[in-house]
Design a protein around this ligand. Structure first.
Ligand code: CMC
Length: 427
């Protein structure tokens, strides 16, 4: 017999089914709670709330485990490519050679952006934050693709839309970057591979040649960011998508949620923090004390995670990649020494130990992006580029679920009780 939870309320007992995931995760199914009891649950920040069942990503925060479709992140980071991992996330299995070629072919068929989108990008001041620019330009794609707006999309059109989003947001990001450095746009060359093409669009010309090792390193970073189950931006994607909004609107929801510094925006915030410490004389212990002081809003950016409570497996891989890339590029970055010192001091500090605060994926990624020549305000865009296949596969999974309902949480109202309107001259 399947397991049940028993809830006792107002002297009555209610049985609630228990659901078990394939990795033994347990949930109390409260879908009928309100209908049966009149009660709802209240869970600020969704600390204990599962919003869906999903076959895409498994994450065990206590043990530092992350797997896409069952494959450990460590193996994918070492052996896969960003395109192959994107296919895996989207379709659920590793592709054959032919399937991968077809997928890349679909993506390459969108290797330019509409002239109208370029004109929109040209209107932004070069000082505009690239996250806002990328979100706006992504939203504008809906204006150029009316065929993708009639929801629900048939499966073949859905795949085309996915391929377009994967390709064109990369081009939008590179196009705007070239504008900010007053250089001509370089057309996409998909034959260079996803990361090689991006690096070439960003830094090409003047005899630039893509270094395959650097392209591989970027690919690895993107794989590490590709999905992370129901985090803030992915939940935004599912929430917006649940209303049957179009794919561009859905992805903009994800981009905007990612921008915040508690989420993807942390990679920019980490670098700004390290720069601040350097400018202040390099005394990271002073900043550690600030982070512990409850009267000080300062937090150690790149530290802590809602679900990882021992270590972030992505951070372990990134830290190693950081050493390799800096050595390869011959970059000596004083910020890296500050980061190492800060990490070491925090890891042996009781405040951080008691609260299980460890470096997360964003702690070292910024140092790598900086070494690659990517400007600080574009770091979160790099996170977007990595996370797109995850958002798309979560959206696809949701759209393929016939039982999917519009997301509509409830609330506990704590405002004024009913009262009569008072005209302005009597207040
Ligand atoms: N520096 C100092 N104290 C911290 C930090 C930090 N970075 N993170 C958490 N704490 C403290 C927090 O003040 C609280 O202390 P107390 O119990 O005394 O009130 C305790 O640790 C628990 O923290 P919380 O804020 O309740 O935990 P949360 O799960 O709600 O938040 C977090 C998780 C990631 C938002 C938070 O750790 C944080 O703000 N970190 C810095 C921002 C950051 O690096 N974000 C990137 C996350 S990884 C990329 C991604 O996937 O989004």
């Amino acid at each position: 017999m399947s397991k049940q939870a028993v809830l006792e309320l107002d002297g009555k007992k209610f049985e609630l089914p228990v659901i078990e995931g394939t990795e033994g995760e347990l949930a109390i199914d409260i879908r009928e709670l309100r209908a049966k009891t009149g009660y709802i649950t209240l869970d600020n920040g969704y600390m204990n709330t599962g919003s869906c069942e999903s076959k895409i990503t498994f994450l065990d925060g206590e043990n530092g485990i992350l797997r896409y479709r069952g494959y450990p992140i460590e193996q994918l980071a070492e052996k896969s490519t960003f395109m192959e991992t994107s296919y895996l996330l989207t379709f659920g299995e590793l592709p054959t050679k032919q399937q991968l070629e077809n997928f890349k072919g679909d993506i390459s068929s969108y290797s330019s952006i509409p002239h109208g989108v370029k004109k929109i990008l040209d209107q932004f001041p070069t000082t505009a934050h690239p996250m806002g620019v990328v979100a706006s330009a992504t939203a504008s794609l809906s204006g150029f693709n009316p065929e993708f707006l009639n929801m629900p999309l048939p499966p073949e059109t859905r795949i085309k839309a996915i391929a377009q989003v994967i390709s064109q947001i990369k081009i939008i990001a590179a196009y705007f970057y070239r504008r900010t450095v007053h250089k001509d746009f370089i057309e996409s060359k998909p034959e260079l591979g996803w990361s090689g093409d991006f690096l070439n669009m960003m830094f090409g010309g003047d005899g630039y040649k893509v270094d395959p090792e650097i392209a591989k390193a970027l690919d690895t970073l993107l794989i590490l960011h590709a999905d992370h189950e129901q985090n803030c931006s992915t939940s935004a994607v599912r929430l917006v998508g649940s209303s049957q909004a179009n794919i561009f609107a859905v992805i903009v929801g994800g981009i905007d949620a990612l921008w915040g510094q508690l989420h993807g925006g942390a990679n920019q915030a980490v670098l700004e923090m390290l720069e601040l410490i350097k400018k202040d004389g390099g005394d990271y212990k002073k900043f550690l004390a600030k982070a512990k002081d409850k009267n000080d809003p300062f937090k150690l950016m790149g530290f802590g995670h809602r679900v990882y409570k021992n270590f972030d497996p992505r951070a372990t891989i990134i830290k190693k990649a950081c050493d390799t890339i800096l050595a390869k590029l011959g970059v000596v970055d004083p910020l890296l020494d500050i980061a190492r010192g800060l990490e070491e001091a925090a890891l042996s500090d009781d405040y951080f130990k008691e609260r299980n605060l460890y470096p997360n994926v964003d702690f070292y990624s910024g140092i790598i992006y900086r070494a690659l020549g990517i400007p600080t305000n574009m770091f979160t865009v790099m996170f977007v580029l990595g996370r797109i296949p995850g958002w798309l596969s979560q959206w696809k999974e949701m759209r393929e679920d016939p039982a999917q309902k519009i997301a509509r949480p409830r609330q506990i109202y704590t405002g004024a009780n009913a009262r009569d309107y008072v005209s302005i001259d009597k207040r």
